[in-house]
Design a protein around this ligand. Structure first.
Ligand code: GDP
Ligand code: IMO
Ligand code: MG
Length: 427
């Protein structure tokens, strides 16, 4: 089993960090392939809690090499502060490798992210304000700055000049902001060259060689399927491809080398930021899910919007990612509800629809059709096997599996590494 992808099946925050950390001890590499420090992964190891943003969650497993792939956008200031935060807590970060082809998030990207959101007003996306969209826009527009540019001052200066030429016009004339001085940016970026130089590598070559030699590589997605710029609820999405294909373009490893794709799936649904969310609960149940589930963003501290499980979305995630397995998380949060509604299909303009509609207008009109399953009241956080779950919890999992189109191979019953029921091995 040389290569597997682990990704979010919903709108992010499914518990990818915990799942990656769980596998970290059994894999040789954990590779982030897209996104940046918009991600927020909480990992609980024993009595220690870690909040990771840019670093792969495998960094907490001593035997594993963490890699930031070419598809990631790297804010060097955030990276260095995350590294020093972990160093202070005694985590060995020396093995980290960063692709020289990864693009940088600079202060002008963060500024543009914030001002453009303000400019959108009511139509804003609700971004994390971390400069993600503007950095990817520059990459696609071919005016991005890459990690490798830090090591050639003359190229760096030319690229910053090219990038700022147009942006300064936009900042000054459209957003009424002060222009940004080229030299100031160049100087700041050059300051990152030394501290980062030891980490930069040809990660594509390295990962392909590792897979060819039978080493185990885990690709860790940020965000989730419905936040994918191609397959998500556009325009209320992030600016990268968290779906399985992103693992290939974001690392330079071909699809024929990937054996398994695991979708991390919360036992209910959450979303942060704006955009459609058919099963959203604006009542007491929503508040209860938020409180019991601790649904508050790790990155921006915003409350997460909460709703019931949506099987239409789970089926869609199976389809667009070619999922081989699900890891169902946070089942314990549902303990104590007498009955648990699950969305099995949508009603759109009077018609029953089983698959996620491709039209944004239809999706905005989608009303959930619920089936209600009986709940359970027993504490499940100590369960180690499927059989130890109360019968109604077993039935809930089996119903979700039938509706979602791929086997549920693991179940999370708490935030800790050990609070997991493994049904089928991932490796
Ligand atoms: P990520 O962005 O997908 O890594 O997810 P986040 O870390 O943003 O959010 C998931 C939250 O749920 C974190 O606080 C985890 O510690 C926690 N968590 C993960 N799995 C479980 C689980 O099975 N049960 C409970 N109660 N919490 C979990
Ligand atoms: P993890 O990896 C949940 C959301 C933002 C916003 C939209 C675009 O922790 O699951 P961006 O800053 O990326 O341009 O914002 O995407 N978003 C996330 N929501 N979890 C995340 O990451 C997210 N990363 C971005 O809230 O709606
Ligand atoms: Mg998160």
């Amino acid at each position: 089993m040389p290569a597997l992808v682990l990704l979010g099946a919903q709108w992010g925050d499914e518990g990818k960090g915990k799942a990656t950390d769980l596998l970290g001890g059994s894999v040789d590499y954990v590779v982030r392939y897209q996104g940046g420090n918009n991600a927020g992964h909480t990992v609980v190891v024993g009595d220690q809690k870690y909040a990771l943003h840019l670093l792969p969650s495998g960094i907490l497993s001593p035997g594993c090499t963490p890699v930031i792939g070419n598809g990631v956008v790297v804010d060097p200031a955030v990276l260095l502060s995350e590294l020093s935060g972990l160093d202070e807590r005694g985590v060995d970060t020396s093995k980290l490798l960063i692709s020289g082809n990864a693009h940088l998030i600079t202060p002008y990207h963060t500024t543009l992210d914030k001002v453009s959101e303000r400019f959108l007003g009511k139509r804003k996306i609700g971004t994390t304000g971390r400069g993600i969209g503007p950095a990817y826009a520059d990459k696609i527009n071919r005016v991005g700055i890459r990690v490798q540019d830090l090591f050639d001052e003359s190229i760096l200066r030319q690229k910053v000049e090219a990038a700022l030429d147009n942006k300064n016009q936009v900042l000054a004339k459209l957003y009424n902001r002060r222009a940004i001085a080229v030299e100031q940016v160049v100087e700041e970026l050059l300051g990152y060259a030394d501290p980062l130089s030891g980490y930069v590598a040809d990660t594509t070559l390295l990962l392909n060689n590792a897979i060819d030699q039978g080493q185990v590589v885990l690709f860790e997605g940020g965000q989730g399927t419905l936040l994918d710029v191609d397959h998500g609820t556009y325009p209320f999405v992030t600016s990268s491809n968290p779906t399985a294909g992103g693992a290939c373009t974001g690392t330079g490893v071909g699809p024929t080398k990937i054996n398994r794709v695991i979708g991390i799936l919360k036992a209910y649904t959450t979303r942060v930021g704006a955009g459609p969310f058919p099963t959203e609960l604006l009542d007491e149940d929503g508040e209860k899910l938020r409180t019991i589930g601790g649904e508050r963003g790790v990155t921006t501290g915003r409350d997460r919007r909460c709703g019931w499980f949506d099987a239409v979305i789970a089926r869609y995630a199976t389809r667009v990612n070619g999922l081989t397995d699900f890891f169902l998380t946070k089942l314990d949060v549902l303990t104590g509800w007498e009955r648990i509604p699950v969305c099995v299909a949508y009603e759109i303009d009077g018609k029953r629809v089983e698959e996620l509609p491709y039209s944004q207008t239809d999706f905005h009109h989608a009303k959930p059709i619920y089936e209600t399953l009986p709940g359970w009241s027993e504490d499940i956080t100590q369960a180690k096997t499927f059989d130890e779950l109360p019968k109604n919890a077993q039935k809930y999992v089996q119903a979700l599996e039938e509706m979602s189109g791929a086997p549920i191979s693991a179940i999370g019953v708490g935030p800790g590494r050990d609070e997991t029921i493994q049904i089928n091995s991932f490796l």
